[in-house]
Ligand binder design. Structure first.
Ligand SMILES: Cc1cc2nc3c(=O)[nH]c(=O)nc-3n(C[C@H](O)[C@H](O)[C@H](O)COP(=O)(O)OP(=O)(O)OC[C@H]3O[C@@H](n4cnc5c(N)ncnc54)[C@H](O)[C@@H]3O)c2cc1C
Length: 450
């Protein structure tokens, strides 16, 4: 099969969890892929300023692992060698929903890993760095994407290099994995195009994350514990997750003014107020390492770039640049990897076209709508249950929430429903799989006694 990209250069903005998988697939086709990253990339698994969320726990869902394994052969071995902990999602994750007993531990055949976000990113980056036609330029902040004279296509990327000098790099394709889409939005504006329509859910969510050594007698029975809030009356939730270094992340979250604190004693007290005592019991006598880190997440935002009919040729926004999900559900990195698989398929489909870039960007933006819709709709349901959440509510919201709670209840007793639910929550199956299940909806707000 001919490869009509083979004389072209692609530039990727951002070496995060969207940019790295995209670089991997571009490297199969393009003569050169240049990754421009504003941070100096560390040689070890330490957080960096351009990814401030890297200090908080990041769960890799089964669907995300599958996508990464599709892109990087034998990626599970890469993670194990890097020190990640294997995780069986049915046996080693305890989901606590108020009013429901936790699901029984069951072998559902859904495997993934726990680790810090910097370790995962480093493992992916090391694999991408093996590619001979990939050039990493770190310490390089992109300032603009340049257009062809007619404004129809991208032509270059301008950036400040490590020495602060302005460089202009010609580019046939630009992938914007900067997280906030600023280069793409600036390009659209400077070429006279309209902005994308956005769907927004205002959640006003805040995180506080601590790292602990937990004494052996208090160590959680599972590698991950997720305590969900008693929505919509209360918003406090928590996660504990085992890191690669044997320490534990404990993250607490709350909405609106109910911000989890950064002071150690107040943090423990907040944990004690969660609907179950699992997290409090784990951390009350644990040794705290360093500071408690905070992060504010005001809104989930989905940019419908596919609604722009004259979307520029050669421009591809990806991952958080297209959609920032509420981090509570742990979906962003997995969706990003799944989007890279879509890009891989489209690159292959167009490789022998006379003009392989002609429709690539617009087809990509349409194709990822289905990828994004899945996690977006899973998160929208619990988020919009809060009266203060800003966003358009579907007319059947209460009914859908009642049905979702009924599925959670049924999953306790029915291993098949349990498996389907966890597969959907892990982005291994579409939400539609849950719609096909026969359950009796519960009334919203009703506590299911067990
Ligand atoms: C608190 C929190 C917790 C989260 N927890 C989870 C979780 O449990 N599971 C999960 O899957 N996801 C989680 N996420 C989401 C996840 O972090 C993102 O979805 C994911 O990192 C998106 O990848 P990205 O490449 O789009 O952005 P990022 O990974 O943020 O990378 C963007 C990169 O672009 C670089 N950059 C930005 N601007 C420029 C520029 N002008 N020039 C050059 N480089 C630039 C940045 O330095 C950075 O390296 C969480 C997010 C938050 C905020």
């Amino acid at each position: 099969m001919s490869n009509r990209y083979s004389e072209k250069r692609a530039v990727v903005i951002g070496a995060g969890m969207g940019g790295l998988p995209a670089t991997q697939v571009l490297a199969d086709y393009f003569k050169e892929v240049v990754v421009l990253e504003r941070d100096i990339l560390p040689d070890d698994a330490t957080p960096r300023p351009g990814v401030p969320q890297g200090k908080h726990p990041h769960g890799l869902l089964g669907g995300g692992l599958k996508a990464l394994c599709d892109l990087f052969p034998d990626f599970s071995s890469t993670l194990l060698q890097a020190g990640a902990n294997s995780l069986d999602s049915g046996l080693e994750v305890r989901h606590e929903y108020p009013g429901h007993e936790p699901f029984p531990a069951r072998d559902l055949g859904i495997a993934t890993f726990t680790m810090t976000r910097p370790l995962l990113e480093l493992a992916v980056r090391r694999r991408v760095q093996e590619r001979p036609n990939v050039v990493f330029r770190d310490g390089c902040r992109v300032v603009a994407i340049g257009a062809t004279p007619d404004g129809k296509a991208v032509a270059s990327v301008s950036f400040r290099n490590r020495d602060g000098e302005l460089e202009v790099l010609p580019a046939d394709l630009v992938v914007d994995a900067s997280g906030r889409a600023k280069p793409t939005l600036d390009f659209l504006e400077s070429t006279g195009r309209r902005m994308p329509e956005d769907t927004v859910i205002g959640v006003d969510f805040a995180y506080s994350t601590a790292v602990y050594t937990i004494p052996p007698d208090a160590t959680p029975a599972t590698k991950v514990v997720v305590t969900m809030p008693k929505a919509p009356e209360e918003s406090r939730m928590g996660i504990v997750l085992l890191r690669e270094d044997g320490k534990w992340f404990a993250a607490l979250g709350g909405r609106g003014a109910d911000t989890p604190p950064a002071a150690s004693n107040a943090f423990t007290a907040y944990a004690a107020s969660l609907p179950t005592s699992s997290i409090y019991d784990a951390i009350k006598d644990a040794t705290l390492h360093g500071h408690i880190e905070q992060f504010a997440f005001p809104e989930s935002r989905r940019r419908h770039f596919n609604s722009i009919y004259d979307f520029p040729r050669g421009l591809i926004p990806i991952a958080d640049s297209v959609c920032r999900f509420n981090p509570v559900y742990g979906q962003g990195m997995s969706a990003a990897a799944q989007e890279a698989v879509v890009l891989q398929n489209l690159l292959a489909a167009h490789a022998s076209d006379v003009d392989p870039l002609a429709a690539l960007g617009s087809e990509f933006l349409s194709a990822i709508e289905a990828i994004i819709e899945n996690p977006w709709s899973l998160a929208a349901l619990p988020d919009l249950a809060y009266p203060d959440a800003r966003g358009k509510r579907p007319s059947d919201l209460e009914e859908s929430i009642g049905r979702h709670m009924a599925i959670i209840q049924a999953a306790r007793h029915d291993p098949d429903i349990h498996k389907q639910l966890i597969e959907v929550l892990n982005l291994l199956k579409p939400v539609a799989a849950l719609r096909a299940l026969e359950v009796t909806p519960t009334v919203v707000g009703e506590e299911v006694k067990t």
